[in-house]
Design a protein around this ligand. Structure first.
Ligand code: UD1
Ligand code: CA
Length: 455
């Protein structure tokens, strides 16, 4: 089986039933284009030469996936699956084993494809088939009385009796390139759809005395294609359930595996708990004993041991230390970094800010472009005025600072260690260490003042 492998991914179809201006293979599953799933699987199978046949949607497909290590082959007119495969053949030498995949069948697994390559071996044609409860629409596998595969008949060309066969063609196959090239040249489009069918290659193989070895996928969703948005949602759920099961298997508590969405990579420590409706995007790393409450979005974040993210927070491009408490209703924006034991409370937005150990911003605040020391307490409603309409400015807060509620820190400004700022202050100048600073109109009382009364 040590023949060089070339993989052809068919992705030229229009996908009319998606009712979309986006080419079908660019619709996303777990936040990755369908075609990207298949390309990643092709890499995993060890395909160094991957040819993607595109057509509908024009350059949008190669442009979107321009970073992939694949050859892009344009099929100008969609004249059928056989014609599509043939477009890639000039780039493949006769000694290669060719594996055909589909850009709209995203969940095919490397292990299944390895079995298919073994079935093909050096001399056979490997064909991936499946028994379906309802085979309607698929090509049927026709076998002789000894079970030998003879050919594939498409639904539209099949007799009533053939339509009762439940073993279907998944479309995926593997065979020697030299032979495939010869058979593709012999195809005609004399059929119900006036297309050059890849499936007709099976009969030509049998005529040439090549054995057709079939194998089956581990599970049916692997071979399911996406033709409409309902099928896309179905495969998304299948994919997510599988991810959820993997996580539970390695020791993560998921309150409801049916309400969990992994759209990136998740690395976890021990005894992590994840409540319902949590969306994980990009690269997320959770330490030991992290608790993620319900309705959280975590995108590219690292969270330290023992930290609890309470309900309804959005965290993006941030590093949160150990034993912190975030939320509920906190928004942590990019380039935020906290030490250990920090609290970021409800209705608090933090951006591009470093917060040292033990500091607390508990209520209704905006902290941006700030460096904050340790053990600082930021009172409710504190705002760093970091933007003057043209430029952003820095706020620096020392250790052990107490900022009274409803304070505006007009940046650039520095608050010294141990300083106390009185509530309601607008701070426009640097604040010295260890002193009380406030800016507030003094309170007065008008004795004997009468409220107006209605005439
Ligand atoms: C095909 C198979 C059928 C199989 C089914 C599995 C043929 C003739 N039939 O039927 O036996 O049961 O898949 O889903 O192969 N494509 C191109 N260029 C083309 C035509 C198709 O790139 O000119 C791509 C499509 O984008 C799609 C795939 O090939 O990803 C299959 O094409 P489609 O027309 O959907 O084939 P089916 O009729 O479903
Ligand atoms: Ca199809």
């Amino acid at each position: 089986m040590s023949q060089p492998l070339s993989i052809i991914i068919l992705a030229a179809g229009q996908g009319t039933r998606m009712k979309s201006s986006l080419p079908k293979v660019l619709h996303r599953l777990a936040d990755r284009p369908l075609l990207k799933h298949v390309i990643d699987t092709a890499y995993a199978v060890g395909g160094l030469d991957i040819h993607v046949v595109y057509g509908h949607g024009g350059e949008r497909v190669p442009q979107t996936l321009e970073e992939e290590r694949v050859y892009w082959v344009e099929q100008e007119q969609q004249l059928g699956t056989g014609h599509a495969v043939d477009q890639a053949m000039p780039g493949i030498t006769d000694d290669h084993l060719v594996l055909v995949l589909y850009g709209d069948v995203p969940l095919i697994k490397p292990a299944t494809l390895m079995n298919l390559l073994v079935a093909a071996g050096r001399n056979n044609l490997g064909l991936l088939t499946a028994e379906l409860p309802d085979p309607t629409g698929y090509g049927r596998i026709i076998r002789d009385q000894h079970g030998k595969v003879l050919c594939i008949i498409e639904q539209k060309d099949a007799s009533d009796e053939q339509r009762r066969i439940r073993e279907v063609n998944t479309g995926m196959l593997a065979v020697n390139a030299g032979r495939l090239r010869t058979w593709l040249k012999a195809l005609d489009n004399d059929n119900a759809q006036k297309e050059f069918y890849l499936t007709d290659v099976i009969e030509l193989a049998v005529q040439d005395g090549v054995e057709v070895e079939t194998c089956q996928p581990g599970q049916l969703p692997e071979i399911m294609g996406v033709n409409n948005r309902a099928q896309l949602a179905e495969l998304e759920r299948h994919f997510q359930l599988e991810r959820a099961r993997e996580l539970m298997h390695i020791g993560v508590t998921l309150r409801d595996p049916g309400r969990f969405d992994l759209r990136g990579k998740l690395q976890v420590g021990q005894d992590v708990e994840i409540d319902i409706n949590v969306v994980i995007e990009g690269q997320v790393k959770l330490g030991d004993n992290v608790i993620i409450g319900p309705n959280n979005v975590l995108r590219n974040v690292t969270i330290g041991d023992g930290t609890r993210i309470q309900a309804n927070c959005v965290l993006e491009d941030a590093v949160i230390g150990a034993d912190c408490r975030i939320g509920p209703f906190a928004r942590i924006r990019p380039e935020t970094r906290t030490g250990n034991g920090c609290h970021i409370g409800n209705f608090v937005e933090v951006k591009k800010t470093v917060i040292a150990d033990g500091s607390k911003v508990n209520h209704l605040s905006y902290i941006g472009d700030t460096v904050m020391g340790a053990r600082v307490n930021i009172g409710a409603g504190t705002i760093t005025c970091n933007y003057d309409g043209a430029n952003k400015h820095q706020t620096t807060i020392g250790d052990d600072v107490f900022v009274g509620s409803d304070t505006q820190l007009v940046a650039p400004v520095t608050v010294g260690d141990g300083a106390t700022i009185g509530a309601g202050s607008t701070i426009t100048k640097n604040v010295p260490s260890a002193e009380l600073t406030l800016s507030r109109a003094s309170q007065k009382t008008i004795m004997g003042w009468q409220r107006p009364v209605k005439k």
